[in-house]
Design a protein around this ligand. Structure first.
Ligand SMILES: *Cc1c(COP(=O)(O)O)cnc(C)c1O
Length: 372
């Protein structure tokens, strides 16, 4: 049985009767950049997330940049981010000319450890970026408290956590601003590059709107520096259709995760992801940990030989990336993030993944563990 890591084709087939005419509408109207399809999606998404403003942008990376840029983060500033995240979280700070300051993750939630944040704060710190990694919300309350006490911004990177909940509320409205990615493989994915920045702040929303469109509200009147970070019309149309299914798809991911957990519960040497008490996890990724790198790599090879695709998220933590050599971090600085990089293995998870496929994957994992 083939188990791909992701199956976008099967999902497209289930919604093509709605998607195709929505794209056709954009073609007919020739509203290729922003336009009605985008503004309709922005309004619908803001409502779902329970925030005042949603501004569509060209990617999650551009969203990370825009959020910090709009907050005035710049050269000489520092931004606290988790050591274990996708590189794009760090680009938000570096593109503003600021310095990323890394913090280790909590060993069970895999999200930034609030207990370790305080030590990383300096007079130059402007913001903490909380990433809701793998689809599980970060522990927001202590982060909020620290940010308030030091008078710095809390910003969320929600790229992997559309509709994930912290203490019953969806992520995206906990900080001053939040960014989302709609990269095709995300829980809510466009058919190309797309992202969004959301906020409850009137002034900030105006700044975000200006930055994404050349620093202008009125065409050709450039009040501030900006960029071209606009969302495309076709992406807005696709997202507008797919948004209606997100709850259902997240539920399917949660069911898949529950099935994995039940089948792997008593397998020695496989640490399962933990849903924290405060969290409703949306399982963008299902990452298990093996006892060491050799075991992890051997299991990945064994699964791949059996036509089961796996992933690594992420094999090199940010503080050990060559592009950040100049920051002076070294191996051993962030043990939990490094353990996750060395021993973590992502199993296939997506709404269309069948019970039979999950049973097959778990059967092969058990086979492997029994042999080793
Ligand atoms: C995917 C992702 C991004 C970047 O989003 P793009 O739309 O691919 O630019 C940022 N942060 C995290 C945590 C991500 O997973």
């Amino acid at each position: 049985m083939k188990v791909p890591f992701l199956d976008l084709k099967t999902q497209y087939k289930t919604i093509r009767e709605e998607i195709n005419p929505a794209i056709q509408d954009v073609l007919d109207s020739c509203s290729f950049v922003l336009g009605k399809a985008v503004s309709n999606f922005e309004a619908a998404f803001a409502k779902e997330i329970n925030v005042k403003y949603c501004l569509g942008v060209s990617s999650g990376t551009d969203g990370n940049h825009t959020a910090l840029w709009a907050l005035g983060v710049g050269p000489g500033d520092e931004v606290i981010i988790p050591a274990n995240t996708f590189i794009a979280t760090a680009w938000g700070a570096t593109l503003c000319g600021a310095k990323p300051v890394f913090v280790d993750c909590h060993p069970e939630s895999y999200n930034i450890d609030p207990a370790k944040v305080e030590a990383a704060i300096t007079p130059k710190t402007k913001a903490i970026v909380a990433v809701h990694l793998y689809g599980q919300p970060a522990d927001i309350d202590p982060l909020k408290e620290i940010a308030a006490r030091h008078n710095i911004w809390l910003v969320e990177d929600c790229a992997q956590a559309h509709f994930a909940e912290y203490k019953g509320a969806r992520v995206g409205g906990f900080g001053k601003a939040a960014s989302f990615s709609f990269y095709p493989g995300k829980n809510l994915g466009a058919y190309g590059e797309a992202g969004a920045v959301v906020t409850n702040d009137d002034e900030l929303a105006v700044k975000i709107k200006m930055i994404r469109d050349h620093g202008a509200i009125q065409k050709y009147n450039h009040e501030a520096y900006g960029h071209n970070y606009r969302m495309e019309g076709i992406q807005g149309a696709v997202l507008g259709v797919k948004l209606k299914y997100l709850n259902r798809w997240n539920d399917a991911r949660r069911n898949a995760a529950a099935k994995y957990k039940a089948l792997l519960a008593d397998v020695n040497g496989v640490i399962l992801p933990k849903e924290m008490d405060y969290a409703k996890h949306v399982y963008h990724l299902f990452v298990v940990q093996l006892s060491d790198t050799m075991q992890r790599d051997a299991l990945a090879t064994y699964l791949n030989e059996n036509e089961i695709a796996t992933g690594l998220h992420y094999p090199i933590p940010l503080h050990l990336q060559p592009c950040f050599n100049h920051l002076g971090y070294k191996k051993g600085d962030f043990p939990s993030a490094e353990k996750l990089a060395n021993c973590g293995l992502s199993l296939p998870i997506y709404p269309e993944l069948s019970d039979r496929q999950i049973e097959f994957v778990c059967g092969k994992i058990k086979e492997f563990i029994n042999k080793h």
